[in-house]
Design a protein around this ligand. Structure first.
Ligand code: SF4
Length: 181
């Protein structure tokens, strides 16, 4: 099965890396996308799986506060984190993690190579090496990535994860991720 031309290689990326329009107000760093990431993946015949944006799905495009951009980023990120931890947003977040997990398992059981999972450092949801909490950028994972990692660990699935920022040497980090796969 799947012996056609497809590469059978995929990489999972957080939504805003390919669509900056989804990111919280005041934090976009590109007009549309991290083109280096897309160029790198397509040059290597790696299909890009765009994960859903948990904050957009759970809180809306304005994250539930049209004035959010007036706060310092890590303060606003902490507010967003708290809002995502409870009630309906918290339940929706679990559903989104399940949705992504299902896709990962599906590619995995059919023998596709999953190069890795790319998050966005400092994000209260998609941070991998750093996230936001207590009004500062701090070591640790965001709610979405942390939940996804815990679910992968439960299944014994080891998939490399890394977080990016626009200021990173993006190609270098992607190459390192690929080496670890
Ligand atoms: S980092 Fe995650 S939650 Fe934040 S905008 Fe990007 S995809 Fe959405």
């Amino acid at each position: 099965m799947f012996e056609d031309i497809r590469s059978k290689k995929v990489i999972f990326v957080c939504h805003c890396m390919l669509n900056q329009n989804a990111i919280s107000d005041g934090t976009a760093v590109y007009p549309a996308a991290f083109r280096e990431l897309a160029d790198w993946a397509y040059a290597k015949d790696i299909g890009i799986v765009q994960m859903p944006c948990p904050e957009l799905q759970c809180l809306g495009l304005d994250r539930g506060d049209p004035e959010g951009a007036k706060r310092p980023v890590t303060v606003e990120n902490t507010r967003i984190r708290r809002a995502m931890e409870q009630g309906e947003p918290g339940e929706k977040l679990k559903e989104l993690i399940s949705l992504v997990l299902w896709q990962i398992r599906e590619y995995s059981r059919h023998g596709f190579q999953i190069i890795g999972i790319i998050g966005a450092n400092r994000s209260p949801n998609c941070g991998v090496e750093t996230t936001s909490d207590h009004d500062e950028e701090t070591e640790g994972m965001g709610l979405f990535m942390g939940g996804l990692k815990a679910a992968l660990d439960d299944l014994g699935l080891k998939i490399p994860m890394t977080g990016l920022k626009a200021s990173d040497d993006i190609v270098k980090k992607l190459e390192e991720l690929k080496q670890n796969g």
